[in-house]
Design a protein around this ligand. Structure first.
Ligand SMILES: Cc1cc2nc3c(=O)[nH]c(=O)nc-3n(C[C@H](O)[C@H](O)[C@H](O)COP(=O)(O)OP(=O)(O)OC[C@H]3O[C@@H](n4cnc5c(N)ncnc54)[C@H](O)[C@@H]3O)c2cc1C
Length: 421
């Protein structure tokens, strides 16, 4: 286990116990499940009844990890930022795929707990928080077949009008009686969608002139008019299934339209601050996992008459990997503390999106660089399915695209800096 340089954290018995308990869970539950899921030849097996995906999801819910991002008044765990970060780093260490599944699970109840009031709290948020049997499972629908990076650029805090107006949105909502009718396709990249019961869905509103004229609503998926695509076959994060969702005149009650104009751009920016701090912590965990695998291997593999860690070139790599893991942890923790304070403590919802995105980008890039070097340290063995490092490398590669490519997230930060720094 890593040495904690923050003495306030190191000397806090509660935090040490939390870290140890979550680490044990990640090692005993997530890793074995993730490796089985990763090796399944047919991605449909991942979501089949009895698959380790469901068991891991239920066990995560029993631990309460599906309540981390819910408002504490409505079933949330009421964690501090540091507690949340410690848990997420360990879950990412165990499996970024399964950790992503428990992350997107919280999008529908999370947005309702933060931005809605009334019956939806008792009818959806509280039962969701209490569910430990995975009767509820959420996903997040942003990306559309014709609109990937542009949706990301159009839904940042400082909406980019020139990008938003290029698109009229493929998933649209129109008023229908006292609710809304939703039609259109979301892309095949929605994490956990093939297994989900609800989606937090981005839609465009009349007159459909811009992505900025949008809303974020909750759509129950077990109803007429919803078609779920098959899980896609892909390179990394094979332990979390992605698939498309297509809507054909699907009814949504008005109270399920959670974020809407004139608050859409502002509140979605804050949701992205939360998801970015989540990702920053997860990929710190992945980076640490790859570093630890490589360190252990380098002590045991003998070449040139000695363990390879005794060769200068390998020492240099190990140092550089260690530096990336450490900087990633303490930077993303700081970002999470800021986001947490603004959203859950002060309730002012003015967290800095450029810092949150920066933390996410830094952590994902570091994770990829560390996993790349870790695989290199394993030599030929690193390419085989027998060693975890091969999966970590593929998962880290997927991370550079998931939730927005690191280039496009960086572009968004640059626009924000130029406009507001
Ligand atoms: C593992 C995984 C999980 C995902 N989970 C979800 C999910 O849960 N929900 C969801 O909605 N989506 C999800 N996505 C989708 C993800 O957000 C998109 O893949 C991502 O935003 C990129 O969109 P795209 O794939 O359409 O690429 P494109 O937008 O087509 O981009 C292609 C290339 O062009 C570059 N590019 C695009 N625009 C610009 C520009 N303006 N300037 C410079 N370069 C540019 C990009 O960086 C990229 O290299 C997931 C993706 C992955 C890989």
């Amino acid at each position: 286990m890593y040495f904690e340089i923050d003495s306030k954290v190191r000397e806090d018995k509660g935090l040490c116990m939390l870290r140890n308990e979550t680490h044990r869970f990640a090692e005993e539950v997530l890793r074995p499940a993730a490796r089985k899921l990763d090796k399944m030849a047919d991605p449909e097996m991942v979501i089949a009844e009895g698959s380790p995906y469901w068991d891991a999801l239920k066990q995560m819910k029993k631990m309460g990890y599906h309540r981390m991002f819910l408002h504490p008044e409505y079933g949330g765990l009421g964690l501090s930022a540091i507690e949340a970060h410690i848990i997420l780093e360990e879950l990412g260490w165990g499996s970024v795929g399964l950790a992503t599944a428990i992350g997107v699970d919280q999008v529908p109840p999370g947005i309702a707990s933060l931005f809605a009031m009334g019956d939806i709290i008792d009818n959806l948020v509280r039962p969701w928080a209490e569910d430990t049997d995975a009767k509820f499972h959420g996903c997040w629908g942003v990306t559309e077949p014709e609109c990937g990076s542009d949706y990301i650029l159009a839904t940042q805090e400082s909406f980019l009008p020139h990008v938003a107006e290029l698109h009229h949105g493929q998933v649209r909502a129109e008023q229908c009686g006292d609710g809304w009718a939703i039609s259109g396709p979301k892309s095949g990249w929605l994490s956990s969608a093939p297994a989900a019961t609800h989606v937090g869905l981005h839609v465009v509103l009349p007159p459909y002139d811009s992505l900025a004229n949008g809303a974020l609503c909750i759509v129950p998926l077990e109803q007429k008019g919803v078609t779920k695509g098959k899980p896609i076959d892909k390179l990394g994060m094979r332990d979390d299934p992605q698939g498309e969702l297509v809507f054909d005149n699907v009814y949504v009650p008005d109270e399920y339209m959670i974020i809407r104009p004139p608050f859409y751009e502002f509140r979605v920016g804050q949701v992205l601050c939360l998801t970015s701090s989540f990702m920053g912590a997860l990929f710190t965990g992945l980076a640490r996992a790859a570093f630890e695998e490589a360190l252990e291997y380098s002590k045991n593999r003998i070449q040139g008459g000695k363990p390879i860690c005794e060769h200068q070139a390998i020492k240099q790599k190990l140092y550089s990997m260690f530096e990336k893991v450490e900087t990633s942890r303490y930077y993303t923790r700081k970002v999470m503390e800021h986001v947490w304070e603004k959203i859950y403590v002060e309730g002012t919802f003015d967290a800095s999106s450029r810092h949150a995105l920066c933390g996410q980008i830094y952590s994902k890039r570091s994770a990829f660089e560390v996993a790349f070097e870790a695989l290199q340290i394993f030599g030929g063995y690193g390419l085989t399915k027998d060693f975890l490092v091969e999966k970590l490398f593929r998962d880290a590669r997927a991370g550079l695209i998931e939730d927005g490519t690191t280039e496009v997230l960086g572009l968004s930060v640059a626009y924000n800096i130029i406009a507001e720094y």
